[in-house]
Design a protein around this ligand. Structure first.
Ligand SMILES: Nc1ncnc2c1ncn2[C@@H]1O[C@H](COP(=O)(O)OP(=O)(O)OP(=O)(O)O)[C@@H](O)[C@H]1O
Ligand SMILES: [Mg+2]
Length: 498
């Protein structure tokens, strides 16, 4: 892409000469003798460098430069004059000019100053870009914040009017962060984002009022996770630099998204499992330790009674060591304890629908018949939606994974006659489970899937247990699987607290 140069000089002869020379140097030249024409061009084009004559009416070169800088703050400006004095040169530079050119031009001076101006602009942008990238990486890994920084950096360095980071969530494009002015049309940005995702490469499309929308896909190993989109001001065409920057920022955003996913996976998977395992081990140690302590106390008292002070001291040492162990064990138990429930009025139907959407986004289900039968009489209940979401999501995923893309999944909710509990049934007509799978179903890390972690069922059961409910599974090879969950209904008015 050619670099764009704006030349403003009220001397027609000079204007013509300059235009020819710069065109010969390979620039895309816009030349005008009038300051207001120049402002009009600047409203619709973005220039890489401007050459402005100092002495002009009604605006002189410095005033025009300041007006141009309002539109494009980092535009490098070279001020030209035939009557140069050191004072005017200094003033021009102080007020934001990049450099100063004296007429008549020396060919090499013109060339080298323009080249320097262009390089400096690049350099300024590169430095800024590196700074942002560095800060982004150093920030604490909160995805929203990183995406905000990426959106902001994209707007600032490409001088776009706005930028939006979309994330692909459950098959939908969700705007996660934005910078600049609010978009006049979200669908246009979204369409550009999905085009870029489909193509797997940066895409340019026309926006409203001659704006240009550029979208770059955010790609991680698994594939696209979203898109970074910028929209330029009217009639401003993005340069190669802009595309380069956009590609850089989009890889940044992709890394942020990937890291967050990894972290979430770790948190919900391995770490939680380790915590639970530690708890189980600690729990197993608790009773024998209590027994040991009792025996040691007995021994201590007996030896005291028999007047064997030295041996009694030894026994006391055993007791205190046991106390120390018991303290460690109870610390571990507290650490790995399942989360406390945060109950709030929850509509089960809506929650299940949400899990269904999430599960369908992860697992192919176009040919799965999904039958939902929700009890219209089911009231909102005091449940922990966040915890239950994990449970339902895992169960629905298991069903869809069992179906392998074909069959029938039915989800039913049924309120008990006394309205004190609700039963949720998740049935699939997949291959079902054999005896061994059925008995080991809730074991941590038990899985029959190459990519499975074997945690889904254990998580689901612990969440249901925490709610004081019950989870049962019926399954036989060739006969599908039925999962039943009965949850006691704390109604909002009853205000069940924990
Ligand atoms: N609806 C089902 N139909 C058939 N088999 C099932 C079903 N649900 C669970 N299973 C069996 O139980 C095993 C354990 O399920 P669980 O959800 O705990 O782990 P996973 O699905 O293998 O891995 P992940 O931790 O990713 O969920 C599965 O590997 C599968 O063999
Ligand atoms: Mg599972």
């Amino acid at each position: 892409m050619k670099r764009r140069v704006l030349i403003v000089d009220d001397d027609a002869a000079i204007l013509e000469v300059l235009e020819m020379r710069l065109a010969a140097m390979g620039f895309d030249v816009t030349a005008t003798p009038e300051a207001n024409k120049a402002m009009e061009f600047a409203a619709t084009h973005r220039f890489d460098v401007a050459l402005l004559d100092l002495r002009m009416l009604p605006l002189d070169g410095i005033q025009l430069m300041e007006a141009l800088h309002q539109r494009q703050p980092r535009l490098p400006v070279l001020i030209m004059t035939a009557h140069g004095t050191i004072e005017t040169a200094v003033e021009a530079v102080q007020r934001g000019a990049f450099d100063y050119l004296t007429k008549p031009f020396v060919r090499d001076e013109l060339r080298s100053k323009i080249r320097r101006a262009l390089a400096a602009r690049r350099w300024a942008r590169d430095r800024e870009r590196l700074l942002t990238v560095g800060e982004t990486l150093a920030s604490s890994g909160v995805m929203e914040r990183i995406l905000d920084a990426v959106a902001q950096a994209a707007v600032e360095t490409t001088e776009a009017e706005r930028s939006v980071v979309f994330q692909l969530t459950a098959g939908r494009l969700v705007p996660m962060a934005s910078a600049g002015t609010p978009p006049p049309s979200w669908p246009a940005l979204e369409a550009a984002a999905s085009q870029a995702i489909d193509k797997g490469a940066p895409t340019m499309v026309a926006g409203q009022e001659a704006r240009v929308i550029v979208a770059a896909p955010l790609v991680v190993q698994r594939g696209p996770v979203g898109a970074l989109v910028i929209e330029t001001p009217g009639r401003v065409e993005p340069t190669e630099d802009d595309l380069e920057l956009l590609a850089l920022f989009s890889s940044q955003a992709a890394i942020a998204i990937r890291n967050t996913h990894e972290l979430e996976r770790l948190r919900s998977g391995a770490l939680a499992a380790l915590g639970r395992m530690a708890t189980q081990v600690a729990h197993e140690l608790k009773n024998p330790l209590a027994g040991l302590r009792l025996y040691a106390r007995h021994l201590e008292q007996r030896l005291d009674r028999n007047g064997d002070g030295d041996s009694a001291d030894l026994a006391r040492k055993i007791t205190s060591s046991i106390d120390h162990l018991a303290a460690i064990v109870s610390e571990i138990t507290a650490f790995g304890r399942p989360p406390e429930l945060h109950r709030a009025p929850t509509s089960l139907g809506a929650l299940i629908d949400e899990c269904l959407t999430l599960a369908q986004a992860r697992c192919p289900s176009e040919q799965v018949e999904i039958v939902r039968t929700y009890d219209p009489a089911a009231p909102e209940a005091m449940l922990d939606a966040r915890e239950l979401r994990k449970a339902f999501l895992n169960l629905i995923l298991n069903a869809l994974e069992a179906l392998g893309g074909q069959g029938r999944l039915s989800i039913t909710t049924q309120c008990a006659a006394d309205r004190k509990s609700i039963t949720i049934a998740i049935d699939d007509d997949g291959p079902g489970m054999n005896e061994e799978t059925l008995t080991r179903l809730f074991d941590l890390f038990f899985t029959t899937k190459p990519e499975g972690t074997g945690l889904g069922m254990a998580i689901a059961r612990s969440v249901v247990d925490l709610h004081g409910g019950e989870l049962t599974v019926q399954s036989a090879l060739g006969n599908g699987t039925r999962v039943r969950i009965r949850l006691p209904l704390g109604t909002p008015s009853a205000g069940a607290g924990a």
